[in-house]
Design a protein around this ligand. Structure first.
Ligand SMILES: [Fe+2]
Length: 239
């Protein structure tokens, strides 16, 4: 029975570099459902200067997709979040106490520059945690500081939930990312894994990532990273 929770994907149409139209959105949702995901979080980019769809437009698109998908696939539950780039807009929203969180909860997804670690990141995340929010770091394996120094991931994992991409675990793509994603999961530093799906054809690498966790670490770890921990994260808890 499907029970995985996907905390990171781009299936909402026409908002960012994910799905272009509703049929594409539908085939992505269907593919994730067939892989065993029951709860799908839409996390369109919020990235100043690149993808900054107005939040009311994001909500409208989500409500529309949600209505259609409820009719076609009632077994799937959709939630709305955002992938917030660590920029001035996010900083302002955090100061105002309203970062775009997962479905109005306490947890929010964010990403940083792949090449430069923001100064005082750990301290800033600590302050965010003290304010009652849970930061969730997208694809930690992509950041060069995390690739170079295992201590960086250790420090970050105490202040933020680390959410690796399944495609990186599958072994396809950039070698440093694959190596780092696998190390984070093997060492127990990754709190959860997600699809980060942008197109229907990403389904193969997502499925291969799930298969890699199962083969390397067993079904219990699959359940922890794809179901138990994501559910705790949605409740604002650092697993
Ligand atoms: Fe993403």
């Amino acid at each position: 029975m499907a029970h995985y929770v996907d905390l990171h994907s781009h299936f909402l149409p026409g908002l960012d570099d994910g799905a272009d139209d509703f049929p594409t959105c539908l085939s992505m949702v269907r593919a994730l459902s067939e892989m065993g995901f029951s709860d799908l979080c839409a996390t369109p980019h919020q990235f100043a200067g690149r993808f900054q769809p107005p939040l009311d437009q994001v909500r409208l698109t989500f409500d529309q997709a949600n209505r259609e998908i409820a009719k076609l696939m009632p077994e799937v539950r959709l939630l709305l979040g955002a992938e917030n780039y660590w920029d001035d807009i996010l900083a302002t929203r955090l100061r105002q106490g309203e970062p775009p969180c997962y479905d109005g909860g306490k947890a929010f997804l964010f990403e940083i520059s792949p090449v430069v670690l923001p100064p005082r990141l750990e301290a800033a995340l600590f302050d965010i945690r003290v304010s009652g929010r849970l930061p969730v770091l997208a694809h930690p394996e992509r950041y060069s500081a995390v690739q170079r120094d295992p201590a960086v991931a250790e420090g970050l994992s105490r202040q933020a939930a680390l959410l690796v991409d399944l495609a990186a675990l599958s072994g396809t793509g950039d070698r440093a990312e694959v190596k780092t994603a696998r190390r984070l999961v093997e060492e127990g530093l990754a709190h959860a894994a997600a699809s980060d799906m942008h197109a229907p054809e990403d389904d193969r690498s997502v499925a291969a990532g799930l298969a890699w966790i199962d083969k390397r670490l067993g079904a219990e770890v699959v359940t922890r990273l794809l179901s138990d921990n994501p559910r705790r994260i949605l409740m604002g808890e650092l697993p």
